[in-house]
Design a protein around this ligand. Sequence first.
Ligand code: MG
Ligand code: MG
Length: 254
Amino acid sequence: MITIKSKSELDIMREGGRILATTMREVSSAIRPGRTTPRELDELALKTIRAHGAEPSFLGYRGFPAAACISVNEVVVHGIPDDRTLQEGDIIGLDFGVFYKGFHTDSAWTFPVGQISREAQRLLNITRESLFQGIAQAREGNRVGDISQKIQKYVEGAGYSIVTDLVGHGIGKKLHEEPSVPNFGRAGRGERLRNGMTICIEPMVNAGRPEVVTLPDDWTLVTKDGTLSAHFEHTVAITPDGPVLLTADEANPL
Ligand code: MG
Ligand code: MG
C-alpha cells in the first residue's frame, strides 16, 4: 500500500532526515586512511543517531547486526561493519536509516578514502549525478518509470552498469513501503507519483558488469567481476513545490 503523508508527518520526517544528514556528515568526516575501521564508523553512527533522540532503522532489521551498512570497494550494498583498516584509495559506502517519532528516513553516500583514482572518482560522480537526475523526475503526475529511465539512461550512457537485484522504495512508518522504485525501466510506466508520497531513490552502480553475488554471511552483496560499485540515496518527498530532499542538510550539504 502506498501511504500519503500529511504536512505534519512530513515535518517529522524532515526532522528525522536532518538527524540522518548530520550523522552522515559526522561519520564521513571521521574517515582516516590507514586508521579508521568500518566498525568504528558504525559505533559513531549509532552514538550520533541516539544522541539526537532517534534510533537506527537497520539495527536488528531482519537480523542485521549493525546500525550502518558499510560497503567498501567491490561491495555493492549491505556490507557488515568489520575491523579491516580503510586504505588510501578505497571507496566506502555509508548507508543508514533513522527512526524518529514513528517515521523512518534512509540515505546513503559513497565517499573517497584519502586520494582515490580518477576512475573511482568518476564512478562516484556519475552515480551521484544519476541520483539527482532521478530526483528531478520525482514530481506529481510523473510515474515511477520516469525516475527509473532517467537513472538507467544516464548511468549506461556513461558506460557503467545498473544493479537490478535491488531497488528503491517507499518509506514512512515502515522502512520499506510501496512503491518499488527501480533504477531501470521505461518512462510513463509504473505508479503515478502523488503529493505526500515519500520515496527512497537509490542508484547502485557497478563500474564493470551488472551481476552481483551474495557472500556467505547472507548480507554482503559484491560485484561478481570484482569491480568497484557505488551507491547514493536520498529520501524524497513529492510536494506541490516539486521534489524535497528530506535527508539533505541545507545548511551543510555534503
Ligand atoms: Mg533504501
Ligand atoms: Mg539506505
